[in-house]
Design a protein around this ligand. Structure first.
Ligand code: XMP
Length: 320
């Protein structure tokens, strides 16, 4: 993807921090943090500019990976950000009960996020600005540049109209690799600089079919094993995005001579530069073999592991 304008990262941080300080003045800013590099870098830039005038909210939708909410909150604390952790997992699952259509799931997750965020932001009071970690590809893929909608990314649009806040999007001109460069420049922890992109709706777009706590837990366990094995093989940091997808189908298998009727997960790993196109990663067979054996023996109910060997296009990176 090409950008119709140039971005020079030399001196970009100072220019951006100064611009934020000038724009915001003595106003209060609120920010929804997702644990991802885009929103975290945005928050750190505003924190540099206006310090404690920034208040962050982490809406925990229960769709994060294994142990991720705790890890993310600890990192924010270390970075000196003031963050409210709102555990809304039960509410999200209630709203999503019985829903299987991908776009409807996305809409519900987006709307519930807005409701929870808005209620919490109101408690802060006197807020004038909403900070968002929107990056350039989000704007293009969400059709806000006048082209067709691919998927309704839940972090683009919606909030400002509801809340009557002015919008602050310090990284909206940047691609993901540039956001990572900025993260390095401002000395953010490695865990953020290297963190693979993770979609706003989280495991909601990787757990196909109805989202239930047991199905999400199954996916979380399989996903954690895949990540562990990629790390053990020393290839995790070279992969742009890797994850498991839980399929809404059952498959026949055999265990100890008995028939099983279990669930199937997909392993997905891709290389990309800007998420607009992607190539599937040729993971060594021994890593795949160990991952599949571990998933089937350690995750209850899973008896089949398959690999997604499609690039983007024609597939998208996420399955929903
Ligand atoms: P797709 O599946 O459209 O994904 O090829 C492109 C990139 O965007 C991520 N993604 C999202 N990120 N909110 C986000 O912040 C979303 O709703 C969303 N949906 C997909 C995806 O993980 C990939 O990196």
């Amino acid at each position: 993807m090409r950008r119709p304008f140039e971005v020079n990262l030399d001196g970009w941080v100072d220019r951006t921090v100064n611009a934020i300080r000038e724009q915001v003045g003595s106003d209060k800013v609120v920010c929804g943090l997702s644990g991802g590099v885009d929103s975290s870098v945005s928050a750190m830039l505003v924190h540099k500019a206006v310090g404690s005038q920034l208040e962050c909210i982490f809406v925990d939708h229960g769709l994060m990976r294994l142990n991720e909410p705790e890890l993310v909150m600890n990192s924010y604390k270390d970075m000196g950000l003031s963050v409210r952790h709102i555990d809304a997992a039960d509410l999200f699952l209630t709203e999503l009960k019985g829903v299987t259509d991908p776009e409807q799931k996305r809409r519900i997750i987006g709307k519930t996020f807005i409701d929870v965020f808005e209620a919490e932001a109101k408690k802060i009071g006197g807020v004038k600005w909403l900070l968002q970690g929107t990056i350039y590809p989000d704007i293009v893929e969400s059709g806000t540049d006048g082209k067709g909608l691919v998927k309704s990314h839940h972090n683009v649009g919606g909030l400002p109209e509801h809340m009557n806040l002015k919008l602050l999007e310090p990284v909206r001109d940047l691609f993901k690799d540039e956001v990572r460069e900025v993260a390095k420049m401002i000395n953010m922890p490695e865990s953020f600089v290297k963190r693979q992109p993770f979609p706003g709706p989280g495991l909601g777009v990787r757990c196909l079919g109805e989202l239930t706590k047991p199905r999400l837990d199954t996916l979380r366990q399989a996903d954690a094993i895949f990540r562990e094995e990629l790390k053990a093989a020393g290839i995790y940091d070279d992969i742009w995005q890797s994850f498991c997808v839980l399929l809404p189908v059952s498959a026949v298998g055999v265990a100890d001579g008995n028939r099983t009727y279990g669930q199937a997960v997909v392993l997905r790993a891709i290389h990309s530069l800007d998420a607009m196109t992607a190539e599937w990663v040729k993971i060594p067979y021994d890593v795949l073999d160990k991952t599949a054996k571990r998933i089937c023996s350690e995750v209850k109910d899973i008896n089949r592991v398959v690999m997604d060997v499609t690039s983007k296009p024609p597939a998208t990176i996420e399955w929903e």
